[in-house]
Design a protein around this ligand. Structure first.
Ligand SMILES: *Cc1c(COP(=O)(O)O)cnc(C)c1O
Ligand SMILES: [Zn+2]
Length: 429
């Protein structure tokens, strides 16, 4: 096996297939690849040869990059397959952000409609390889949807811990429908996270939160696939939302490895966007203060409503490496940006649109330049959170202090031709 696990803090190394998510010192773990072995393979050519193949598992947008993600024996791989998502021109959302060269990678086009599937295929595969029968996660929604689906495919029992009453409807729907044993706990995401770690530890259940190092490996494929879609030409920026901070950790880890291998020769900059009510990384970054959790995190973007992200330390590594930045956006900015992402015909859930809101802000601050090539990651599908969208368009978010600047409200009319004509003429005038 050419991989091992390594503690981010003290450097201690562990065998890859032992059930362990943290070092004894409390540090999180990385999967470390033997780059000297990988250097002997023409990876770029191998990945390009697999592009568009119908052969399993290389038809997956994760397992296409297997050597650099998770070199595991093929019989253990559980893949739906995932990835192969579109990279769109941002259209009106680009104009809104003030960028001329803005692309949006739509990770909501994964099998369970969020990027979490990319990590989950690796996490479940690791579980399978280690002989796990029961898997669990705490989730703001998308991880549970993804885990429930992959557990179903793998014939495992999936147990989902969700914060009570705080999960978007589309996501809860999926967890229940795929057969996840769904436990709503009294408390927020951070409480659920603490509990699930204890449960997995004591009850011999395999933990599939993003603290799981294999999930991070799978998520690296977002960056690999974007680069491949761009013929391996590195954009000036990647921009994405940050909640538990696993995704930006993964993106930058993958880019760092490509850079070390000489597959890319230029570093992009990485911008991580947090919601103002759930912004521990931003605070730390801006004020140059030590890490501190944000109690009672709050934002309409439930996927990033996390006050105590498990991957904050790993995440900083990549931001520093890439000369990146951390920014924050308000719920108002998120929902207004979302209106434009949606109106571009692309559409995404609120957390995803922190990407576009953040780009707009960085352009306004002169940190991002209008001509630069920017790739934004849309992390989840529009239909994940129908309530947020409908309430915005019905101007029903005032309670949360959100005005509906770009509302497209449904209009009630008489059922007559005249009434319809009136509505249509007001559209074209
Ligand atoms: C999980 C998730 C995020 C946050 O990703 P992290 O890795 O936790 O930073 C953002 N958007 C959506 C839609 C998600 O599901
Ligand atoms: Zn350690």
């Amino acid at each position: 096996m050419v991989i091992k696990l390594k503690c981010v803090d003290c450097g201690r190394e562990f065998e890859p297939f032992v059930v362990r998510y943290m070092c004894d010192c409390g540090g999180t773990l990385d999967v470390v690849h033997d780059l000297n072995v990988l250097r002997k393979i023409d990876l770029k050519r191998l990945f390009d040869e697999r592009w568009g193949t119908r052969q399993k598992p290389y038809n997956s947008g994760v397992w296409r990059y297997k050597e650099l993600i998770f070199p595991v024996e093929e019989q253990y791989i559980v893949s739906k397959p995932e990835g192969n998502t579109n990279l769109y021109e941002a259209g009106k959302a680009g104009e809104y952000a003030g960028l001329k060269n803005f692309l949006l990678k739509h990770e909501g086009e994964n099998p369970t409609c969020s990027f979490k599937d990319r990590g989950m295929t690796c996490g479940i595969t690791a579980a399978h390889r280690m002989g796990a029968k029961i898997v669990a996660c705490a989730s703001t929604g998308n991880t549970s949807a993804s885990m429930a689906a992959y557990a179903a495919c793998a014939g495992m029992i999936g147990i989902v811990f969700i914060p009570e009453g705080k999960i978007a409807y589309g996501k809860l729907t999926q967890a229940l429908a795929y057969g996840g044993k769904t436990l709503q706990i009294k408390g927020d995401f951070d409480d659920a996270m603490t509990l699930v770690q204890e449960v997995c530890d004591k009850l011999n259940i395999y933990l599939l939160n993003s603290i799981n190092p294999y999930r991070i490996e799978g998520q690296k494929a977002i960056g690999f696939e974007i680069l491949q879609q761009l013929n391996w030409e590195v954009p000036d920026w990647f921009i994405l939302p940050g909640g538990n901070l696993g995704n930006n950790t993964a993106l930058s880890k993958g880019l760092m490895e490509l850079y070390e291998l000489g597959i890319i020769t230029r570093k992009p900059r990485i911008a991580v966007i947090q919601a103002t009510g759930a912004n521990p990384l931003y605070k730390m970054w801006k004020n140059k203060t030590p890490y501190q959790r944000v109690p009672n995190a709050e934002t309409i973007a439930t996927a990033i409503k996390i006050g105590n992200p498990v991957s904050w330390k790993k995440s900083l590594r990549g931001i520093e490496w890439s000369n990146g930045v951390v920014e924050e956006v308000t719920d108002q900015e998120i929902m207004d940006a979302k209106a434009w992402v949606d109106a571009s015909g692309i559409g995404a859930e609120p957390a995803s649109c922190a990407t576009v809101a953040g780009a707009k802000k960085l352009v306004e601050k002169g940190i991002m330049h209008p001509e630069e090539k920017v790739v934004g990651i849309l992390t989840g599908h529009l239909l994940k959170d129908p309530d947020a969208t409908v309430n915005y368009h019905k101007s029903a978010l005032q309670e949360r202090g959100i005005a509906s600047h770009f509302a497209n409200a449904p209009v009630q009319i008489e059922s007559t031709l005249e009434a319809v004509k009136k509505q249509i003429s007001s559209l074209i005038s």
